[in-house]
Design a protein around this ligand. Structure first.
Ligand SMILES: N[C@@H](CCC(=O)N[C@@H](CS)C(=O)NCC(=O)O)C(=O)O
Length: 224
């Protein structure tokens, strides 16, 4: 039997990282017991020797599985999927090889594109009350371009009923919903189908466990 009692997930102490969210949801969906340890990014704790011995990148998330450590959220998700596969554990990716590839396409895309949107509609607006945050300015031309790209892409992949992207839940649903929540929480109009998709995904218990985690009342930005 594979041991999995040493799992530790490192996340930021503000609980506002979309990348940690993805790994947290993956662990919860697989029903793997784990400890979440927080790293104070605003104090630069990710750049100290202690954390750098655990994390290859000096960023969150990082996963510790016994002697093994891993950074990069998509690598962590894939590791969990490989080590604790379906049917013994809930799948994180669709069973069909092409749908798995398409799910990975979405995962890679939300992590590598839409930078102006990620900057101008930061994840803090999703996880913190807005009265403690710098008010968000209207989107710049680049930000609006990224918004239009996101909506156009999402309209191609979200089913008409706003249900899961590949017939059953996958971690790509969480990743895409996180990106759409940046718009919902900052009052941008969204097509009904996309709003329904993102709000349904947000009600998922594994996502709610992250959304409702006890976090500091006041957001403190990361040092970088
Ligand atoms: N590509 C990485 C991105 C991780 C990342 O950017 N983490 C941010 C928090 S959301 C971080 O640790 N920032 C602190 C720093 O870079 O010093 C992943 O998917 O895990």
């Amino acid at each position: 039997m594979i041991r999995h009692d040493g799992l530790v997930l490192y996340g930021n102490d503000m609980w506002s990282s979309p990348y940690v969210l993805s790994c947290f949801v993956a662990l919860r969906e697989k029903q793997l017991p784990f400890t979440l340890r927080t790293v104070a990014l605003h104090e630069g704790a990710q750049r100290t020797g202690d954390y750098l011995r655990t994390s290859f990148t000096g960023r969150v998330p990082a996963l510790v599985d016994g002697e093994f450590t891993l950074s990069e959220s998509s690598a962590i998700v894939e590791y969990l999927e490989d080590k604790w596969p379906a049917p013994a554990h809930a799948p994180l990716l669709p069973p069909d090889v092409r749908e798995r590839a398409r799910a990975r396409q979405i995962m890679a895309w939300v992590r590598s594109d839409l930078l102006p949107l990620r900057e101008e509609r930061s994840a803090e607006y999703v996880f913190f009350p807005h009265d403690g945050l710098r008010p968000h300015a209207p989107l710049s031309t680049r930000g609006r371009g990224a918004l239009e790209k996101l909506i156009g892409f999402a309209e191609r992949v979200v089913p008409a009923d706003g249900g899961p992207l590949f017939g059953a839940w996958s971690i790509a649903d969480t990743d895409l919903a996180m990106m759409l929540q940046r718009l919902i929480k900052t009052g941008e109009p969204l097509p009904d189908r996309l709003r329904a998709f993102a709000e349904r995904e947000w009600r998922r218990p594994s996502v709610q466990a992250y959304v409702n985690a006890p976090r500091p009342a006041q957001h403190r930005p990361a040092a970088i």
